[in-house]
Every structure is written in structure tokens, then in C-alpha cells.
Ligand binder design. Structure first.
Ligand code: SF4
Length: 204
């Protein structure tokens, strides 16, 4: 289930994300997430910059801290993996209509980017991930994940999604014994969502 609220963290300085990783690691990972999230919300004026109310801002931050913490815990296992996949959200495509020239493969199901726009975030992510040997899927929804993982047998998976979907995906990976890394969206919604490409590059 995606969040019931929309957010856009793109106006928040990059230091914010570095700080999340640092405090979650230093303070016993996510055990004190609620208190840490509240501190960070106040320090970075998240409410003012995003328009979120305090409880939604804290929920969002708790999830981001949890994701960073799990990335740190899983990193070593992930680095040992051979066959890897990258799951991207279709809502980060530059266009959501027929201007997007991606083909849709309903059997998997996934979009297959045809690289029509050099400034499309999905084009950039697909290009770098494929160069690194990843199989890339541009998913129409998180419900496709179990089917892909059961048929393709990956050792490691990187997922880009909103915090709620990352949590659900993480549960699936855990049950299947697959090492995972995640990149949270910094802007959610049904279209024009975005993630930090630099963060993704470091994870891949
Ligand atoms: S670059 Fe790929 S994902 Fe982006 S709009 Fe074009 S075909 Fe669609």
C-alpha cells in the first residue's frame, strides 16, 4: 500500500539524507527511530519544506531511517551476490502517456525502455544498471515482484520505490533469502515521481 499522503523531498538538502544514514547507524540503527525522526524533522524543517503534517513527516522519516538501516545491515551479503536485478517504478518515467516509447511486456510484466528521452530518469537508471550487468524491470506495481523473483532466481535485488512498498518488497526478499538494497523515492505520487540517481549509483 503506498502512502496515503504525497511528499516531495527534492527541496531538502542532500545533507539530510547523509544525516539519516549517519544517525541510524550511530544510534543503534532504527531502534530509536521515532525520536531520531522527530529530531531530523525539526532540524531540517521538513514540515515547512514539504507541507506535511508532523505525524506524516515523522512516519516518512521513520521509514527512511529504517531503509537506510536495513541497507547497512544487508550491504555485506548484497556485495557477495552474483545475479542481480533492479526494480524501478514506472511512475518515474518522463512521460506516462504514449510519448513514452517503452514497450510493455505483459508476461513479466515490465516496461522496456526504448531510450526516447536523454533527460528521463528511468533512461538514465536503466543505462547505468545494464552497464553494471543488472537485469532491469520497470514495474507497473509491486505485485509483480513475487512472480519475477520466483521465475528468475536472483541473488541480489535493488528496489526503487516509496517507503511503504520497500517495506513490503523487503519482506518478500527476506522470505526468499535474497539480499536486498533499496533506494527510496524523494517525490511520490502517481506520476513524475523521482529518486536520487547519485544514491542509486552508489548502491548498484
Ligand atoms: S526514456 Fe524510456 S522510460 Fe523514459 S520516456 Fe522514453 S521510453 Fe519511456
Amino acid at each position: 500500500m503506498p502512502y496515503k499522503f504525497t511528499f516531495d523531498l527534492s527541496r531538502i538538502p542532500r545533507l539530510f539524507f547523509t544525516e539519516i544514514a549517519k544517525v541510524s547507524y550511530q544510534k543503534g540503527l532504527h531502534k530509536k527511530a521515532g525520536k531520531i525522526a522527530l529530531e531530523i524533522v525539526k532540524r531540517f524543517k521538513v514540515q515547512e519544506l514539504t507541507g506535511l503534517n508532523l505525524s506524516d513527516a515523522v512516519l516518512l522519516l521513520e521509514d527512511l531511517i529504517d531503509i537506510q538501516a536495513r541497507n547497512i545491515v544487508e550491504r555485506e551479503n548484497f556485495m557477495q551476490t552474483g545475479k542481480r536485478a533492479l526494480f524501478l517504478p514506472h511512475c518515474s518515467r518522463k512521460y506516462m502517456d504514449n510519448r513514452c516509447k517503452a514497450d510493455f511486456n505483459p508476461k513479466i510484466p515490465t516496461y522496456v525502455c526504448n531510450h526516447c528521452s536523454s533527460d528521463c530518469l528511468i533512461h538514465k537508471a536503466v543505462t547505468v544498471a545494464e552497464k553494471k550487468g543488472y537485469d532491469v524491470y520497470i514495474l507497473p506495481g509491486g505485485s509483480c515482484i513475487p512472480k519475477i523473483l520466483k521465475t528468475k532466481h536472483y541473488d541480489g535485488v535493488v528496489g526503487v520505490a516509496c517507503g511503504e512498498e520497500i517495506k513490503l518488497g523487503g519482506e518478500i526478499l527476506r522470505k526468499l533469502g535474497i539480499a536486498g538494497q533499496a533506494v527510496p523515492l524523494i517525490k511520490n505520487g502517481c506520476a513524475n515521481t523521482s529518486f536520487n540517481l547519485e544514491t542509486l549509483l552508489k548502491i548498484l
